[in-house]
Design a protein around this ligand. Structure first.
Ligand code: MN
Length: 310
């Protein structure tokens, strides 16, 4: 932990969301003590401040997309910032912002992995599959499309960020906590063979076995990226989200996910997205996110052996 260098990158925008407010997420996470919590583990924390970009024009969809130009501009900035921190050997934490920003961050992570010859595993914690396309989307909100864009399905302004198309392959993704999937997405998930651990699966086999499977094959050469949409969590513990879906993981289940990721020792980048302080109660959702990040960086109740899930 002594050599760990972490960079916080604030991305204050909600251009990809239907409900406004996620633009206030970065500051809420700072107020909840995110930087201090990570520094307490002996990591060196650099707060890069907030990226700049266009304001939210609040316009309707055009050809199936809302705010495509603005979303592209923000994601380009994210890509550059995340790539720069990775190039310096640091662990970037993107403080969103809505989930459309994962296009920029994960394309940067994928590029870094290609250039350094590392394997990439993306753990996508979310209530939604985020696999919509312009023809399938009910709303045109691009925060429902990042997985499709990263896999090469979407407008070139988004799929081309990072120079290689597609940025990632579906088999590099594991989705966890999914419980709201649109009809078209259901078909598409199946066709792309995305490995999805939905809530029914978690109910049936439990979170421990689920995470063992999601982490299977992760080894010393694996770059583990966590994309944490806070709507993954049950709304009773995480009300500060624009798109709540009931029936999500409990506090302990979520903690277990993060602890098992920490056990692998391979976490190398993180997105925290969709936190909406306008809908939160006394910053409790931001504080919960900080608790989870503490576990992700190795806070445990007892001294335990590190292990790999193969
Ligand atoms: Mn999402």
């Amino acid at each position: 932990m002594e050599n760990l260098k972490v960079s916080l990158i604030g991305v204050p925008t909600d251009v990809g969301a239907g409900v406004r407010g996620a633009s206030m997420g970065p500051e809420a996470l700072r107020v909840a003590g995110l930087g201090r919590a990570i520094a307490a583990f002996g990591a060196e924390v650099r707060d890069c401040g907030n990226l700049a970009g266009p304001s939210n024009p609040e316009l309707p969809a055009v050809n199936g997309f809302r705010h495509l130009a603005e979303v592209a501009q923000w994601n380009l900035a994210v890509h550059q910032a995340v790539y720069a921190e990775l190039s310096e050997g640091r662990v970037p934490i993107m403080l969103g912002g809505d989930h459309c920003l994962a296009i920029g961050s994960i394309s940067a992570v994928a590029r870094h992995c290609r250039e350094t010859g590392r394997k990439l595993r993306v753990l996508w914690f979310d209530a939604h599959a985020d696999l919509n396309t312009a023809t399938m989307t009910p709303s045109g909100n691009i925060h429902g499309m990042p997985v499709a864009c990263l896999c090469g399905h979407g407008p070139e302004m988004l799929t081309g960020i990072g120079g290689e198309m597609p940025a990632i392959r579906p088999e590099q993704i594991r989705q966890i906590g999914i419980r709201s999937v649109d009809e078209g997405e259901k078909r598409f998930l199946h066709d792309l063979c995305v490995e999805v651990f939905d809530m029914r699966y978690i109910d049936e086999i439990g979170m421990r076995a689920t995470m063992e499977q999601a982490l299977a094959g992760v080894d010393q050469d694996t770059h583990l990226h966590v994309s944490l949409d806070v709507d993954f969590l049950d709304p009773t513990i995480a009300p500060g989200v624009g798109t709540t879906v009931r029936g999500g993981p409990t506090y302990r289940e979520a903690e277990l996910c993060m602890e098992m990721i920490a056990d692998t020792g391979q976490l190398a980048s993180l997105d925290i997205v969709e936190l909406n302080p306008a809908l939160d109660h006394c910053n409790m959702t931001a504080e919960l996110a900080v608790d989870l990040v503490e576990s992700l960086f190795g806070k445990s109740t007892l001294m335990r052996m590190h292990r790999n899930y193969r």
